[in-house]
Design a protein around this ligand. Structure first.
Ligand code: UDP
Length: 325
C-alpha cells in the first residue's frame, strides 16, 4: 500500500528536493512548513500544510488529517554564524520544537523518523575522513542543537521504541537537474551560491572567511555533496526502516575535500568569469576541515552517488542561479 510521508521543512532547500524524489518514487507526500524560511513556490510536489513544528495543535490537526507512516524532518535553522549570535534561537527552533514534533508523533502512533543531522557535530576532526565513530564535539549552537536531537532519538528508542535513521550531511550543494528547484536562502550564507552569484555579478564580492586554517591553502576544506544524492539516501533510509531494520546513523558525503579557494577556482573555470574576492577574518563557529567517510551508507543502505564530481555539483547550482538572475 502507498505510504504517506510527512516532510517537515519541505519548502526549504533539501526538503523540497526530497519531496520531489519521494513523489517520483510513488510515496504520498505531505509537506509541513511554517514558511518562515521556506518558499511556498518550492512546494511543487505533495500536499501542503502550513504550520510550525513547535505548534502542537497544528501538528495534531495534521496527524489527524493524514495517515502518516513516517516523518522526514528537515525543518531547522541552518546558519552556523547566526547560531553563534543567537544560540537560544537554535536551541528553541531546532531542539525544543523537535521535541514537540516527536511528542505529537508518539501521541498519534507514528514511530519512524528520518533526521537531518550535520557533520558539524564532529567539531575540528581528530582524523579525516571522518567515520560515524569519530567522537562528537559540537562546537557551535547549531551543531549542538543537532547533537541534542540525536541524543533524544536514542533515548526515545529505548523508552518508546521510536525508530530513526540519522543522516549527518557534509556540505549540501547543487540543484535539481530539471531546473525546478535549487538553493534559496535569505540571506544566503552558503559558499556555493555566494561564489556563483559573485561570478555572475548578481551578488556581492565573495568574502573568504579565514586564510590561516591548518589546511593546504589556509582556507576551510569541506566535502560537497549533491542535494539529489542526499535525497536518494533518504529514500533508502526510509526503505530501511519500513523493512524493519534497526535505527542507525550515516554520514553522507563524497569523501573529497575542497578548500574555499578551490571552489572559487572551480566556479571560475566553469563560468569563465573571475570571482571578485576579499579576505576576511574567520567566521565564528567554523571548523578547519570536514571530509566524510560515507562507506557505511554504501555498505548498509546500498547508497550510490550520482554526482561524485565537484564540477557537476557546481554546474547544477550554476544552472539554477542563472535561471534566477
Ligand atoms: N565561506 C566563506 N565565505 C562565505 C561563506 C562561506 O569563506 O561567504 C566558507 C565558510 O567559512 C566555510 C565554507 O565556506 O568554511 C562552507 O561554508 P557554508 O556556510 O557553505 O557551509 P557550512 O560548512 O558552514 O555548513
Amino acid at each position: 500500500m502507498q505510504k504517506t510521508i510527512l516532510v517537515t521543512g519541505g519548502a526549504g532547500y533539501i526538503g523540497s528536493h526530497c519531496a520531489k524524489l519521494l513523489s517520483k518514487k510513488r510515496f504520498r507526500v505531505v509537506v509541513y512548513d511554517s514558511l518562515v524560511r521556506g518558499y511556498r513556490d518550492a512546494v511543487k510536489y505533495g500536499e501542503f500544510f502550513q504550520g510550525d513544528i513547535g505548534d502542537r495543535a497544528s501538528l495534531d490537526a495534521l496527524f489527524t488529517s493524514y495517515p502518516i507512516d513516517a516523518v522526514m524532518h528537515f525543518a531547522a535553522f541552518i546558519a552556523v554564524g547566526e547560531s553563534v549570535e543567537k544560540p537560544d534561537l537554535y536551541l528553541t527552533n531546532n531542539y525544543e520544537k523537535t521535541l514537540v514534533l516527536l511528542d505529537a508523533m508518539a501521541a498519534h502512533g507514528v514511530g519512524k523518523f528520518i533526521f537531518s543531522s550535520t557533520s558539524a557535530l564532529y567539531g575540528d576532526p581528530q582524523y579525516v575522513p571522518i567515520d560515524e565513530n569519530h567522537p562528537l564535539n559540537p562546537v557551535n549552537p547549531y551543531s549542538r542543537s543537532k547533537a541534542q536531537v540525536e541524543q533524544t532519538l536514542r533515548e526515545r528508542e529505548a523508552s518508546q521504541g521510536l525508530q530513526s535513521v540519522v543522516f549527518r550531511y557534509f556540505n549540501a550543494a547543487g540543484a535539481d537537474s530539471e531546473g525546478e528547484l535549487g538553493e534559496r536562502h535569505d540571506p544566503e550564507t552558503h559558499l556555493a551560491p555566494l561564489v556563483i552569484r559573485a561570478a555572475l555579478g548578481a551578488g556581492k564580492p565573495l568574502s573568504i572567511f579565514g586564510t590561516d586554517y591548518d589546511t593546504p591553502d589556509g582556507t576551510c576544506v569541506r566535502d560537497y555533496i549533491h542535494v539529489n544524492d542526499l535525497c536518494s539516501a533518504h529514500i533508502l533510509g526510509l526503505e530501511h526502516l519500513f523493512a524493519g531494520r534497526p535505527s542507525d546513523v550515516f554520514n553522507l558525503g563524497n569523501g573529497n575535500g575542497f578548500s574555499v579557494k578551490e571552489i572559487v577556482a572551480t566556479v571560475e573555470k566553469i563560468t569563465g568569469k573571475k570571482v571578485p574576492c576579499k579576505y576576511e577574518a574567520r567566521r565564528a563557529g567554523d571548523v578547519s576541515r570536514l571530509i566524510a567517510n560515507a562507506e557505511k551508507a554504501k555498505r548498509v543502505l546500498g547508497w550510490k552517488t550520482d554526482y561524485p564530481d565537484i564540477r557537476d555539483i557546481i554546474g547544477s547550482a550554476l544552472a539554477f542561479q542563472k535561471g534566477r538572475s
